[in-house]
Structures are given as structure tokens and as C-alpha cells.
Write a protein that binds this ligand. Structure first.
Ligand code: MF3
Ligand code: CO
Length: 255
């Protein structure tokens, strides 16, 4: 069942979203040459607590850290470690913050130091995939309209879309119905809900420079591209309204 949030719940979602967005910004600022991914995790963990919130991912399905940091061919769910970032690394950082019982979930990919044009293009197209999807995050459309817009934009740019992991409803839990895929299944076989005011969704394109295939490393978490090509991720928690969607994890830069 898809939970439509009350006005009061939306207020709480907004607060959680603000914390998650600020944490994403902080993490991006820390993604510099020589930084370990653990140091970013620790700093973000402490920041989230300082905001009266909790890192939503810590302990979620026994996930061992506060944030996911996925480098280069890693798609998502990379575990922070003593690995040091080097120039040109493509660093995808995914953060959840729970405040007042509600979750803000967001992610972005950053380039360490001076990125190659190839890396920068992947990052920009992935972010734009989110905004292409957002155009359909309105009453009168269905979830698949968001999915289709994301897939179209990614593939038009020569990239491919990860199938095994999808966006999702978000609220008092990190993952709620519905699934929000970044591709459209043909023939359509899964439920394809109509968008309603008060729905809160995490829309999160995961875009591969090469093929769509992925596999999971032996750590049980880290998802990598099968062909070793780079991957990028961009995610916001959004609210469906009677009018334009509201980005609950908006970066000040985009607003
Ligand atoms: N960030 C993921 C998502 O957006 C969830 C993280 S899973 C965790 O769906 F286990 F790492 F927490
Ligand atoms: Co998510």
C-alpha cells in the first residue's frame, strides 16, 4: 500500500530531507584527493547526529556504515573503508537521515580533483536524468512516466540504466512502496500506480557508461558494473503535490 503523507508528516519529511541534503553537500566537499571514504562516513555520521537526526542506513539490513560510497565502476552500496580518493575518482555518495520518524534519502556523484570530460558528462547526464523524470512527477502521470523519461534521456546519451535496483517510496521507512524503476518494462507487468498528492518518492537514476549488467562483490553489498565501466548515481526525495513536485532534499545550489 502506498502511504499518502499528511500535512504534518510532510513537515517532518521536509526536515529530514534538509538534513540529508546538507549531509550530501558536506560529503561532496570532503570528496577530495587523499580523503579516506571512512573519514567522510565518520564526518557525515557526526553531522547527522548534530542535527538531531540519525543515519538511516546504519544497521539497515545490517549495513555497517552511515553512508554508501561507491567509486568508479562501483554503482551503489560501496562500504566506506581506508581507501584514499585519488584524482579523477568518480565518487557516488548515498545518504539517508531519519528525523522525527521520517527519512530523507539522497545521493550524488562527485568527481575528485579535475575530472575528465568523460566523467563530467556521465555525472551531468545522470543528474539530468533525475530532472527529466521530475517533469512527470505530477498528478495525471504514473510512476512509469518518470521511469520512461529517465531511461530515454540516459539511452539517448549513449548510457545504460541499471535494472536490478530501483527508486522507491520513502517515509517512515527507507523503502516503501511503490518501486520507481529507471526503465520501463515491456510488456508492462508490474503495478504502475498513478501519482497522487502526498506521495513521497526517492527517484534515483543509476546510470552506467557501458552496459547495464551489474554484479555484487563478495562483501555482499558493493554493486559494480559487469564490464568495469564507470557508473553514476543521483537521487532526491520528492513530494508529489497538486502542482509542481517539491524536492525535499534540494541542494541550495539547485533552488
Ligand atoms: N540508499 C539506498 C537507496 O536509496 C538504500 C541504502 S541501503 C543500505 O535505496 F543498506 F545501504 F542502507
Ligand atoms: Co533510495
Amino acid at each position: 500500500m502506498i502511504k499518502v503523507k499528511t500535512e504534518q508528516e510532510v513537515l517532518l519529511m521536509r526536515q529530514a530531507g534538509k538534513v540529508a541534503a546538507a549531509a550530501r553537500r558536506l560529503a561532496g566537499e570532503m570528496a577530495t584527493v587523499g580523503a579516506t571514504t571512512q573519514s567522510i562516513d565518520k564526518r557525515v555520521h557526526d553531522f547527522i547526529l548534530s542535527q538531531g537526526a540519525e543515519p538511516s542506513f546504519l544497521g539497515y539490513n545490517e549495513y555497517p556504515a552511515s553512508i554508501c560510497i561507491s567509486i568508479n565502476e562501483q554503482v551503489i552500496h560501496g562500504i566506506p573503508s581506508s581507501r584514499k580518493l585519488v584524482p579523477g575518482d568518480l565518487v557516488s555518495i548515498d545518504i539517508g537521515a531519519t528525523k522525527g520518524g521520517f527519512v530523507g534519502d539522497c545521493a550524488a556523484t562527485f568527481v575528485v580533483g579535475e575530472g575528465s570530460p568523460k566523467a563530467m558528462r556521465l555525472v551531468e547526464v545522470t543528474k539530468q536524468c533525475f530532472f527529466e523524470g521530475l517533469k512527470f512527477a505530477k498528478v495525471g502521470y504514473r510512476v512509469s512516466d518518470i521511469s520512461r523519461a529517465i531511461q530515454k534521456y540516459a539511452e539517448k546519451n549513449g548510457y545504460s540504466v541499471v535494472r536490478e535496483y530501483v527508486g522507491h517510496g520513502v517515509g517512515s521507512k527507507v523503502h516503501e512502496p511503490p518501486e520507481v524503476p529507471n526503465y520501463v518494462e515491456r510488456p508492462r507487468r508490474k503495478p504502475d500506480p498513478r501519482l497522487m498528492p502526498g506521495m513521497t518518492l526517492a527517484v534515483e537514476p543509476m546510470i552506467n557508461a557501458g552496459g547495464a549488467a551489474i554484479r555484487v562483490l563478495d562483501d555482499g553489498w558493493t554493486v559494480i558494473t559487469a564490464d568495469g565501466e564507470c557508473s553514476a548515481h543521483y537521487e532526491n526525495t520528492i513530494l508529489i503535490t497538486k502542482g509542481e513536485p517539491e524536492i525535499l532534499t534540494a541542494d541550495e545550489e539547485d533552488s
